[in-house]
Design a protein around this ligand. Structure first.
Ligand code: ATP
Ligand code: MG
Length: 582
């Protein structure tokens, strides 16, 4: 490609709505443009990188025998009603009606569609296993679209689905996907982590996430260097049960005035008791019931653990107005005493063994002190419902390690779904004995467009993007640096033609602009290797410069083969350096 023909409008200024480095660089580098909140167009450079990511993903899918299909983006409501997700998936489902008033949704994921497709086709055990994937547009009406393509509303995902007659076959395939995803990460050339994950709205029993590590990543990963345990924050187990932590005699419960103190901080200061003596009472609501969660004042509630415990994705924090209406008291004074029996009370381990704690009194401006679980209030369930913290003991049995935290961007997730969808959609096959059995399923998502943003978020510097070679929009840029010099121009053309013939992805910066502008643009768009043709040309030399290093290497260009070999060597060195450096 010649730069003079390339449609890649670069910008000096960062966009006004920039909220993360990768978004700024993708806009400034002319890779993407925003159309509306969470909706983007990909310009030639952005699309080229997307295609390279997609090809790596596609090759790894095909390597494990997955076959490419294409499913519709518009899904009839009936299919989502069959699984209950028409209501359960929540407001992220973008619902719409056709001219006959029939309801549809734009597909945020395709379990319903693919199960429906297969249910009419796979009838005998002899037809299994089946393994299919697509690379397609998804739509999720995210509550807060942000960080550019990292959390978009319309985005590109590779999603694969597998169908089995039994769990052994599913486990085998799951392992193959795990390996394929590991390979994708390696081929992308980034630092990454694989973690145990919560199954969330997709459901099922077993799941892993693949994260590109980045300081500003939304995802928190907890890991133990001692045993290798690694889990997302939603999933990471807390191993501390606080049993026997407090050896106190139980005191008499007493109601006290706490005035306008509503938050943990305020109540703790006002009563002069540590936060560890306070019990947060948090009201949650599903589309069926109210739940009260109790957690120690210094800990954070993990709603994913509650959703997973009750197997109900509709559970969410109740709105303060709803709480006031239902319980006739403001959220700051909510507590577990006098709670109607149909409200389930679930307590974290940090609360169940607490002695003489402080709780909201269910009356305005009042709290109880010396409240004791089981004596003064009921607890229906005790389990781990809090986020772990750095430095906590590793949850692996017999491991003495401590948990550390890193930040990442989730680019892929794989799930063992089991029969969750097949039973609800009545997708059965006939087994060897003539019996009807539900399909056993797995599903495997990879965020193709999110990967574009995630890699830029990990690999950039003050000059711009530092693309790994495997997905760079161009591997090499040829820069004639002296204006109006015909011999340099001519030589640059020859180098460009030669490298193209060799299969190198080259950009020739043939623009009539200053060397400074060329450097700035090529570095901003992140080309791994520059071939500089300038002052030393008259001495029979060109300069090679790698994107991630300040060093310049002079190369004699006595013959083009020689130059080509040097290019390949330096690109290999670049790949190696990136792995070490980041
Ligand atoms: P998140 O927790 O970040 O919202 P998710 O767990 O809901 O993501 P999955 O259902 O696992 O997402 O989807 C598979 C992949 O699709 C994710 O790993 C991610 O790479 C990508 N993805 C999901 N939501 C978005 C989004 N809003 N924008 C871009 N990519 C997304
Ligand atoms: Mg996920």
């Amino acid at each position: 490609m010649r730069y003079s023909k390339l449609y890649a409008p670069t910008l000096k200024e960062s966009p006004a709505d920039s909220d993360i480095k990768s978004y700024e660089l993708l806009i400034r580098g002319g890779f993407i443009r925003k159309i509306s909140s969470g909706v983007y167009s990909y310009l030639p450079l952005g699309w080229k990188v997307i295609r390279k990511i997609e090809n790596i993903v596609r090759e790894e899918m095909e390597r494990i025998g997955s076959q490419e299909i294409m499913l519709p983006i518009i899904h009839p409501a009936e299919l989502w009603q069959m699984t209950g997700r028409w209501d359960d998936y929540g407001p992220e489902l973008m619902k719409l009606k056709d001219r006959h008033n029939r309801e549809f949704t734009l597909g945020p994921t395709h379990e319903e569609i693919v199960t429906f497709l297969m249910k009419n086709e796979l009838r005998s055990y002899k037809q299994f296993p089946v393994n299919v994937f697509q690379v397609a547009t998804k739509f999720r009406d995210e509550i807060r679209p942000r960080f550019g393509v990292l959390r978009a509303r319309e985005f590109i995902m590779k999603d694969a689905y597998t169908f089995h007659t039994d769990y052994n076959s599913l486990h085998e395939t799951y392992k193959e996907f795990y390996g394929a995803y590991d390979n994708i990460c390696k081929r992308l050339g980034v630092k990454y982590a694989i973690v145990e994950a919560d199954t969330g709205a997709i459901g099922g029993s077993f799941s892993h996430e693949f994260h590109v590590l980045a300081q500003n990543g939304e995802g928190k990963i907890y890991f133990c260097e001692n045993c290798g345990y690694a889990a997302s924050d939603e999933k990471a187990k807390s191993s501390e049960d606080f049993q026997g932590v407090e050896e106190e005699t139980l005191k008499e419960i007493q109601m006290v005035d706490t005035g306008d103190c509503k938050t943990i901080e305020e109540v703790s200061n006002f009563l002069n008791v540590p936060k560890t003596k306070l019990i947060k009472s948090i009201l949650l609501k599903s589309n069926k019931e109210w739940i009260m969660a109790l957690i120690r004042g210094d800990k954070e509630l993990n709603i994913s653990k509650i959703r997973s415990f009750f197997q109900d994705q509709t559970i969410d924090l109740a709105q303060p107005e709803d709480v006031l209406k239902a319980f006739k008291v403001n959220v700051g004074y909510i507590g577990p005493i006098n709670v109607p029996n149909d409200v389930k009370i679930i307590a974290d381990f940090s609360v169940s063994s607490m002695k003489n704690g402080v709780i909201g009194a269910m009356q305005e401006k009042k709290h109880y002190i010396n409240a004791n679980p089981y004596r003064d209030f009921r607890i229906d369930e005790v389990c781990d419902i809090r986020y772990v913290e750095e430095g906590e003991k590793c949850p692996t049995e017999n491991c003495e390690g401590k948990l550390k935290m890193a930040r990442g961007i989730e680019v892929g997730q794989i799930f063992e779904l089991g029969d969750k969808y097949s039973i609800k959609m009545k997708a059965y096959f006939t087994d060897e004995n003539g019996e009807q059995k539900p399909y056993i399923m797995g599903c495997y998502g990879w965020g193709v467009s999110r990967t574009l943003g995630a890699i830029v978020e990990q690999l950039n510097d003050e000059d711009g993007i530092i693309w790994p070679k495997s997905i760079a929009p161009f591997e090499v840029a040829v820069l004639p640096l002296i204006k109006n010099d015909e011999s340099i121009k001519d030589f640059s053309e020859k180098v460009y033609d030669f490298l193209i013939k060799k299969g190198v992805d080259v950009l020739l910066d043939d623009r009539e602009v200053s060397a400074g502008i060329k450097f700035k643009d090529i570095d901003l768009i992140g080309v791994p290797l520059k071939i500089l043709i300038g002052k030393s040309f008259k001495d029979g030399k060109v300069e090679l410069k790698l994107r991630n290093s300040k060093e310049t290497f002079f190369v004699n260009f006595s013959n083009f083969e020689n130059l080509y070999e040097e290019v390949i060597n330096y690109l290999a060195k670049y790949e190696q350096d990136l792995k070490i450096k980041f």
